[in-house]
Design a protein around this ligand. Structure first.
Ligand code: NAD
Length: 226
């Protein structure tokens, strides 16, 4: 059986990371347009750096929850298992997931806009920082796919969706494309499609099955009974 799982901010909610939409569409009290677009970064790089520096520093205060661990277990149980996350935190890998795509980038990544090199960052980013690869200052940004930018590894993800037998979407509102469209692709390819969420997401009508509850309860149960 070939399985593709898509996760969103809801799977990390019980670890203490706030989701996008649970707070009137604000992310940690910021409008998306102010912190998660290339235009916002061009307009106010200090604010955007500060926002992601805080999110990155906060990773030290949070831990994976049972839903992250259940997916790492499922990866071991089923040998054809791909996890695609929209999340920029590192909780899936800390729980043990290995076959993982961060389609929206990672808080622990930085990218140079001059030479396009991507590398790790544990500390703070700021606009004065010099790129260790090209030696230029002022071009480093968080390795986050902002609204209006192309997510990572889309070719590989579509290929896997077209071949999968089971597609499971966990803790995502189904409002951010292209991830929101994955269920339709999997369905057209003949896969069983399942939504695990706290409440119905916007793509509800495309799923054959839906299970509602906290991720820490329902993810373990679903994969345990598979
Ligand atoms: P979203 O905020 O739009 O939706 C969150 C979904 O999770 C909702 O459907 C909600 O009902 C559900 N949910 C909340 N608590 C839950 C729980 N305990 N168990 C199960 N489900 C729960 O998030 P999204 O769909 O991922 O899309 C928004 C974008 O936000 C993504 O691109 C992502 O990069 C970014 N984001 C990431 C993080 C993170 O990395 N942890 C946090 C906030 C936002």
């Amino acid at each position: 059986m070939k399985i593709v799982v898509l996760t969103g901010a809801g799977i990390s909610a019980e670890s203490g990371l706030s989701t996008f939409r649970d707070n009137n569409g604000l992310w940690e009290n910021h409008r998306i347009e102010d912190v998660a677009t290339p235009e916002a970064f061009a307009r106010n790089p200090d604010l955007v750096h500060k926002f992601y520096n805080l999110r990155r520093a906060n990773l030290k205060n949070v831990k994976p929850n049972p839903a992250h661990f259940a997916l790492a277990e499922a990866e071991k149980k089923f040998n054809n298992f791909l996890l695609v996350t929209q999340n920029v935190d590192n909780l899936h890998e800390r729980a043990g997931s290995r076959n993982l795509i961060h389609m929206h980038g990672e808080l622990l990544g930085k990218k140079c806009t001059f030479c396009n090199k991507i590398s790790r960052i544990d500390g703070k980013l700021c606009k004065e920082l010099v790129c260790e690869f090209c030696g230029k200052a002022g071009g480093l940004r968080p390795d986050i796919v902002w609204f209006g930018e192309m997510p990572y590894e889309m070719e590989r993800i579509y290929k896997e969706l077209l071949q999968c037998n089971l597609f499971v979407s966990i803790g995502t509102s189904g409002s951010v494309y292209p991830a929101a469209g994955f269920v339709e692709i999997a369905k057209q390819a003949g896969a069983r499609t399942v939504e695990l969420n706290l409440e119905p997401g916007e793509q509800k009508s495309h799923f054959q099955e839906s299970i509602y509850g906290k991720a820490s309860d329902i993810v373990h149960d679903f994969f345990g009974n598979l």
